[in-house]
Design a protein around this ligand. Structure first.
Ligand SMILES: C[S@@+](CC[C@H](N)C(=O)[O-])C[C@H]1O[C@@H](n2cnc3c(N)ncnc32)[C@H](O)[C@@H]1O
Length: 401
């Protein structure tokens, strides 16, 4: 079925997965692709034509699509709309030129240079330096593999073999990206769930959680709730978002793991009893996930973090009272900015002398340089050769008994 704008909206799951992956690849490579197309487009064409050419360029230069298929797809997209049909010849000419000259121009670019730009790059350079920013840009351009967390860590090696996946040091299973997740072995039986290896780290910092009570305060879609429940904790999973909680319910049902699920605003709600563990995976800029969500830099400016950091502070302060004496609070964010990680931890500790920041334990999958005291900093450029990881901050704080 052709939807609005002439695009097929009724795709089979495998085609839908392919379309999403292609769209993500276009966004990941937009700067590079436009730098090649711009000198050839003496007059700005309608957006549909530019996007068809962006798609052709991405398929040709980043996705190894057969040249005739990439050219043909661009021409058909332009032809499908009465408003752009007359530009079919131009599209064909530019797409063919891409097949002849594109690869050399692509190779001449410095990888990462055109991926991360503007205020976002400036902020990352300020935080981690220009070299790291360039490495992070390259990681964003490379995109993310598919990481899975096994429900039963003891089965990780067997699952890796069954899936043809790499077993990572932290215990995640890694597959190349693309393809249909629900078609993978073990999906129906809930033997694993999709979770970046960095996102799995905050709960791993806790060690054995069997028998403990745990509140996952910003829980949906539930990666950390599933980890805690799989580890034998009695989990209360709370989130403000109904649609995101629907995904958490699906994940619990598929894996057969138990959790009490609450829909509420964490800033209005209060528990009847304190918990052994409170996990605050706070709302943040999500800049650590750009390699998986390459649309993010186009949706948010990332220049003003104040409302987010204020909410993070308030959530930490409020939920601290819900930690039992001797219990632990985990604070984490999938942000690349220290303002949403290290600085929040420092501020919290300065205001809570009774809080004990626990040194990051020496775990498989954590290189020595990634931790400083209680602060674990993960970045997309870490493990670059093995496919990288999301940007994350995590810290565990103990409430004195
Ligand atoms: C980073 S995501 C959580 C990811 C989740 N912990 C996981 O591992 O799958 C942040 C979550 O915070 C939720 N959230 C935002 N503001 C909230 C609030 N005031 N109270 C409760 N949840 C909130 C969002 O709906 C979102 O699901």
């Amino acid at each position: 079925m052709l939807g609005e704008g002439g695009f097929d909206t009724d795709l089979a799951p495998a085609e839908r997965a392919r379309a999403l992956a292609l769209g993500a690849s276009v966004l990941r490579n937009l700067g590079r692709v436009d730098a090649i197309l711009n000198p050839w487009l003496t007059r700005e064409p309608p957006l549909r034509v530019r996007n068809a050419l962006r798609l052709a360029a991405t398929e040709l230069l980043a996705e190894n699509t057969a040249p005739h298929a990439a050219v043909d797809a661009a021409v058909r997209l332009v032809e499908a709309s009465p408003r752009t049909r007359h530009l079919k010849g131009l599209t064909n000419a530019v797409a063919r030129r891409l097949t002849r000259e594109g690869a050399a121009l692509w190779e001449a670019q410095v990888p990462g240079d055109l991926t991360l730009t503007g205020p976002l790059r400036a902020r990352i350079e300020t935080a981690w330096g220009p070299e790291a920013a360039q490495a992070i840009a390259r990681a964003h351009a490379a995109g993310a593999p598919l990481d899975l967390t096994p429900r039963d860590p003891a089965q990780a090696a067997a699952l890796a073999e069954r899936l043809g996946a790499t077993l990572l040091p932290g215990g995640s299973l890694r597959l190349p990206r693309g393809g249909q997740v629900s078609a993978l072995s073990g999906y129906d039986e809930g033997a694993w769930w999709v979770q970046d290896t960095a996102a799995a780290m905050p709960v791993r910092l806790l060690g054995d959680v069997a028998g403990l009570t745990a509140l996952d305060l910003c829980a949906a879609p539930g990666g950390k709730t599933l980890q805690l429940a799989a580890g034998g904790a009695r989990v209360t999973a709370l989130d403000i978002s109904e649609p995101r909680l629907a995904r958490l319910h699906e994940n619990l049902a598929r894996t057969g793991l138990p959790a009490e699920v609450i829909i509420a605003d964490a800033m209005d709600w209060a528990p009847a009893e304190p918990f052994d563990i409170v996990l605050v995976d706070a709302p943040c800029s999500a800049t650590g996930t750009i390699r998986r969500h390459p649309d993010l830099p186009f949706l948010k400016s990332h220049t003003d973090l104040r409302s987010l950091t204020r909410l993070q502070d308030r959530m930490l302060a409020r939920s601290w009272d819900w930690v039992k004496p001797g219990g632990r609070l985990v604070f984490c964010t999938c942000s690349l900015f220290p303002e949403e990680g290290e600085a929040r931890l420092d501020r919290f500790l300065a205001r809570h002398p009774e809080a004990e920041a626990l040194p990051v334990p020496a775990l498989d999958g954590i290189a020595p340089g990634w931790a400083e005291g209680a602060a674990l900093r993960l970045r997309p450029d870490y493990w670059a050769e093995a496919g990288g990881m999301d940007g994350f901050f995590a810290s565990v704080i103990r409430r004195g008994g």
